[in-house]
Design a protein around this ligand. Sequence first.
Ligand code: ATP
Length: 223
Amino acid sequence: MAAEHAGPLGLLGGTFDPIHFGHLRLAEEAREALGLARVRLLPAGQPPHRGAPRSTAQHRLAMAQLAVAGNPALEVDDGEVRARHKSYTVLTLERLRAELGTQRPLVLILGADAFEGLPSWHRWRELFGLAHIAVANRPGYTAHGQRWPATLPAELDAACRDRHSADPAVLRAAPAGRVVPFDMTPLAISASLIRDLVRSGRSVRYLLPDSVLDYIGLHGLYR
Ligand code: ATP
């Protein structure tokens, strides 16, 4: 099938230190709510906006691969892990455009917290020319309408005002450029919570897939 006819591709970047059910539900609910053909997870090699991850890029990549096993709608991209430079999303999107062509709709999936920080991202205004952005309302952030777009940082608000749509159909109509919010089942799981629990010897079962749990135990991660 030509890439142009394959349907919108969702992209979910993250540190995934470790990957957990919050990430996987985000991918799954975005796919369903937005009519995405597939969702590609992109573990960051060197995340630019935070300190060094606790586990290596190879471990984080391996855990992401274990987490998507058995779900044909999810895939893992190792490009940011292999790259020698920092994991800037704009560079990743340029690489994906070279791989997938200019016409395929790409949908960058962000939690509302990540979206609000967009103006600190490298070359952030260029992101709109490369992909759509889907913003998930995440626990701790009130529902769309009360908080978003009303209280966005002014420059982000200005950049998004004419791009915003509540209708996911706009994502199929163009390869890039629209901003679409969607509601997500609140799951108050974070990788930091999981790391803290493991460090203090407590259970993280049912917060992430068993395969990832086993991997963490096998390699003694986060102790
Ligand atoms: P940490 O606790 O280390 O900051 P994290 O759990 O927030 O990590 P990231 O890898 O930083 O995970 O997140 C990748 C993406 O997944 C971000 O867009 C973030 O908003 C989103 N995300 C993470 N956890 C959840 C969750 N429980 N529900 C919805 N979105 C989530």
